[in-house]
Design a binder for this molecule. Structure first.
Ligand SMILES: CC(C)(COP(=O)(O)OP(=O)(O)OC[C@H]1O[C@@H](n2cnc3c(N)ncnc32)[C@H](O)[C@@H]1OP(=O)(O)O)[C@@H](O)C(=O)NCCC(=O)NCCS
Length: 209
């Protein structure tokens, strides 16, 4: 397999670092906004989505998702799958993942992340540096738990939602789909779909358009 990181921006660089730390040989990046041959952290950009569509049918292309934006990451995942690429997860060797936890295809678990028993981390989800997913939690597909954020036991984060830096979702509480929880917030009541909430306790500050 030839392994690539899709996305060569800051998030993609961290994903590269995780794969290297876990002993995966990475050929380079796939990136739609950088010219082929551009070198990022010592690895070349092979091309963009068109390159992937041309190369993946050979059946030897593996892709880790290096895109921070949730919706864009979902689009890239679907493009990779449609092209026939294998989408791999990236789990830092110093992440702690319970044997009974489930980690979806294309998920990224960064250094010092903790995923405790019977938690589910969905397809393409991100558990960022030092974030904690407690027992029995569900992190929805293409959701993002930012650095040092935490989900208390059995909390649920809806698909495509984002919990900001150092924020917390209290045990058994839920955040709906496509919602954003601001940095430092504490979610003490369930939040619906498509809202932005911030503060302690978290209050809805606006709807997402
Ligand atoms: C809450 C958040 C989504 C609001 O974003 P926004 O709608 O663009 O809001 P603005 O930056 O225009 O700020 C609007 C107001 O909210 C305040 N505010 C911003 N973020 C806040 C937060 N996390 N908690 C409390 N207040 C916040 C601002 O100070 C500003 O107040 P003011 O109107 O009195 O000046 C955003 O600030 C945030 O916290 N995002 C998470 C970022 C993050 O953690 N990224 C991780 C990357 S790995």
């Amino acid at each position: 397999m030839r392994t690539f990181v899709y996305g060569a921006s800051g998030h993609g660089k961290v994903v590269l670092d995780i794969l290297v730390a876990s002993g995966t040989e990475v050929v380079g990046f796939i990136d739609d906004g950088r010219a082929p041959g551009t070198v990022v952290l010592g690895r070349p950009v092979a091309g963009g989505g068109d390159w992937l569509v041309a190369e993946a049918p050979r059946g030897d292309v593996a892709v880790a998702l290096g895109i921070g934006d949730n919706a864009a990451r979902q689009r890239v995942f679907e493009r990779c799958r449609a092209a026939g690429a294998t989408v791999i997860s990236a789990v830092h060797p110093r992440a702690i993942v319970a044997a009974s936890a489930q980690i979806g295809a294309g998920a990224v678990l960064m250094a010092n992340a903790v995923v405790n028993p019977e938690a589910v981390v969905g397809t393409g989800a991100i558990v960022n540096t030092g974030a904690v997913v407690e027992h029995d939690c569900v992190v929805g597909d293409f959701a993002h738990l930012s650095p040092n954020a935490a989900l208390g036991g059995a909390a649920r984060l809806g698909e495509l939602s984002h919990v900001g830096l150092c924020a917390a979702v209290l045990p058994c509480k839920s955040v709906g789909k496509r919602s954003i929880v601001g940095a430092g917030a504490v979610v003490a009541r369930d939040l619906p779909d498509d809202v932005v909430a911030a503060g302690v306790p978290a209050r809805i500050v606006r709807q997402r358009t």
